[in-house]
Design a protein around this ligand. Structure first.
Ligand code: 5AD
Length: 358
C-alpha cells in the first residue's frame, strides 16, 4: 500500500497526521489517492447519515457589503454591481414558500457584512420563528459585534456560517485588506460557539498564494476548532476584483479536501457548495461522493440572483420553485442519495441553556 493510503487510513482511524504528512499527501495526490480518500470519507459519512443529504434553502438577502476582500465580487469597491436588499416581506415570502410548498425545514439567510443590520435581521428571524417554529434558521452576515450575535441568537437563530477563509494568518493578510484581521475572525467564531450557535467555518481551495502547506493547516485547524459545519469550495476569479486574473482552484483538489475534512470531522455537516457546482457540471454529485452531505438550493427571487456575483459564472438554477426542489430530489435519487427534509442539526449538538455574559 502506498504511503498516501497509509496516511489517509491513519487520518480515518485517529483523525490526525503530521503537518508534513498532510502537506505531502495533498501535494502528491493522484487519482487513486482521491478514490481512496473519498471511499473512506463516504463510508464514514454513511455511518452517521446513511445516504441522506440535507437541503437548506439559501436566501441571498443583500449584496451590499462594507468589506473589501480581494477575492469577492461583493466588495465595496466594485462599483459595477447593482446593489439590492430584499425587504422583510420578500425574505419571509421566499422562506415560507421554500418550507411550506417545497417542504424544507432549514433556511439560510446570507448577505454582505455591514454594521447596521442588527434590528432588521433580528426582526426577520423572530417572524420566521413565529411562523415556522420547527424550521432551523442559519445566518451568515460576516463578522458582527458579540452583542449583535447575541441579539440574533435570542431572536431564535440556530446556526451561523462564518468561513475563516484560510487557517494561516499570513495568508489571511494576503487575501484581505488591512482593516480585517485573522484574530478577529477567529474570535468571532469563538463567540458564536459560546453563544450556542452551531457554527460553520470554511475555506476556499486554490485561493491566490495558497500552497499545500496552507491546505494541510486547514485540516489541523478544523480538527482543533471542531465546527459543526464546514463550507469548502474552489476559488473562482471574479472579473471586478483585484484577483481577476488569478488561477482558479481545482475541482479535484476541492474534492480531496472535502474527503480529508470528513475524515477528521466524521459528523460534520459539509455542503457540496455552489462554487463546486459552478466549477464542474457534476460538482454537486461529485461533492456528495467525496463526503459532503448538504445541498443549499438557492431560493432567492430569481430577479436578484445575477447581482449576487461573488465570483464569475456562479450557478443559480431555478430551485426556488417547488419543481426545482422536486427536480433536485430526483437527481439525488438517481445518484443513489436521498433528500432529507429535516432540520439537519449536528448529531452532537445540545442546545445550551445559559446566556453569555457580555
Ligand atoms: N471564489 C470562490 N469563493 C468565493 N467566496 C468569495 N469570493 C469567492 C470567489 N471568488 C466565498 C468565500 C465567502 C463565501 C461567501 O464565498 O469563502 O466566505
Amino acid at each position: 500500500m502506498s504511503n498516501r493510503k497509509t496516511i489517509i487510513n491513519q487520518l480515518a482511524r485517529e483523525r490526525v497526521a503530521t503537518h508534513e504528512e498532510l502537506a505531502w499527501l495533498i501535494r502528491t495526490a493522484d487519482e487513486s489517492t482521491l478514490e481512496w480518500a473519498s471511499g473512506l470519507a463516504r463510508e464514514i459519512t454513511s455511518e452517521y447519515y446513511g445516504r441522506r443529504v440535507y437541503l437548506r434553502g439559501l436566501v441571498e438577502v443583500s449584496n451590499r457589503c462594507a468589506r473589501g476582500c480581494y477575492y469577492c465580487g461583493l466588495r465595496t469597491e466594485n462599483l459595477d454591481l447593482e446593489r439590492y436588499e430584499l425587504s422583510e416581506e420578500e425574505i419571509l415570502e421566499c422562506c415560507l414558500r421554500a418550507c411550506k410548498e417545497g417542504g424544507l425545514r432549514s433556511v439560510v439567510l446570507q448577505g454582505g457584512e455591514r454594521s447596521n443590520l442588527s434590528e432588521r435581521v433580528a426582526s426577520v428571524v423572530r417572524k420566521l420563528k413565529a411562523a415556522m417554529p420547527d424550521v432551523a434558521v442559519t445566518l451568515s452576515f460576516g463578522e458582527q459585534e458579540p452583542e449583535v450575535y447575541a441579539l440574533w441568537r435570542d431572536a431564535g437563530a440556530d446556526r451561523y456560517l462564518l468561513r475563516h477563509e484560510t487557517a494561516s494568518k499570513e495568508h489571511y493578510n494576503l487575501l484581505h485588506p488591512k482593516s480585517m484581521s485573522y484574530e478577529h475572525r477567529i474570535e468571532s467564531l469563538d463567540v458564536l460557539h459560546e453563544l450556542g450557535y452551531q457554527r460553520g467555518a470554511g475555506f476556499m481551495v486554490g485561493s491566490p498564494f495558497q500552497t499545500e502547506r496552507e491546505l494541510a493547516l486547514e485540516i489541523e485547524f478544523l480538527g482543533r476548532l471542531q465546527p459543526e459545519m464546514v463550507g469548502i469550495g474552489p476559488f473562482i476569479p471574479q472579473s471586478a476584483t483585484p484577483f481577476a486574473g488569478m488561477k482558479r482552484g481545482g475541482v479535484e483538489q476541492t474534492l480531496l479536501m472535502i474527503s480529508l475534512v470528513r475524515l477528521v470531522l466524521p459528523k460534520a455537516l459539509i455542503p457540496a457548495t455552489t462554487a463546486l457546482a459552478s466549477a464542474d457540471e457534476s460538482g454537486t454529485i461529485k461533492g456528495l461522493r467525496a463526503g459532503a452531505n448538504v445541498i443549499m438550493p438557492n431560493v432567492t427571487p430569481t430577479r436578484y440572483r445575477e447581482a449576487y456575483a461573488i465570483y464569475d459564472g456562479k450557478k443559480s438554477s431555478g430551485t426556488e420553485s417547488m419543481e426545482g426542489i422536486a427536480a433536485l430530489q430526483a437527481e439525488l435519487q438517481r445518484a443513489g442519495f436521498s433528500a432529507a427534509m429535516e432540520r439537519g442539526d449536528h448529531p452532537d449538538f445540545v442546545r445550551p441553556t445559559g446566556k453569555l455574559n457580555l
